[in-house]
Design a protein around this ligand. Sequence first.
Ligand SMILES: [Zn+2]
Length: 275
Amino acid sequence: MNGTQGSPQPSVELWFVAELRMFLAPANRAGMVRTATDGTSSLGHVVESAGVPLTEVGSLHVNDGPAGPSYQPRAGDVVRVEAVSRPQPLPAPMFLLDVHLGALARRMRLVGVDTAYSNDLSDDALIELANSAGRVLLTKDRGLLRRRKLWLGAYVHGARADEQLADVLDRFAPPLAPWTRCVACNGTLAQVTKGEVEAELLPGTRRTYEEFCRCAGCGRVYWRGAHSRRLAAIVATATRTSGGTRTSGGSRSGGTRSQGSRSQGTRSGHPGATG
Ligand SMILES: [Zn+2]
């Protein structure tokens, strides 16, 4: 009889709450992962090795006591892993979206959330830009969220842009200011008179619309129009689920109009004739 032969591998038991189980390997979706411990890896590393980005993790408990991600698990430890609490407080509600989330970027801008996006940034550039600008990096790429250099990131749930928007609003509850940002470039919109933009409009637009805004970033002209039922529905859903909008229109120095009186949202997000 060899006494060492049958001794159990020193292991740690991780229990994940339901919200985190989608990140686990299919065989572990019931929520429990048993993993060998080497005595030197951090708890954060062990959790990530199970497939769960630390950006998605809230509090950690080891044998019913609180623990941090730097704790080094010992054989026999039982760990409970909670999901990040919602809404998650942020230093500033500013975001950077990875290259696959262009449709979400447009929706976030539509409801007035400060959202940077470019479809040609490498992973390194994304991380650098998010860190330097103090923006939360939103992605569906778990590998990106595991990068040590990343300051603040979040996984975006949902396959469709509407689901993704609902997830982001639920997670961070950013203040909303619909129709105040350019969906194309994230610039802020300022009201302009018809006279200021008349020369740039197509005849049909000139005849039909009276209220215009111009993007301070790219110069696009926006008008209140009839093409916006779909966009208005997105805004209505977003403001309903987030508990209302911030009143931003009246305070801006450029004299943007009061958005509150336009809550039925007939304004077009349609880029103007200036392209
Ligand atoms: Zn713009």
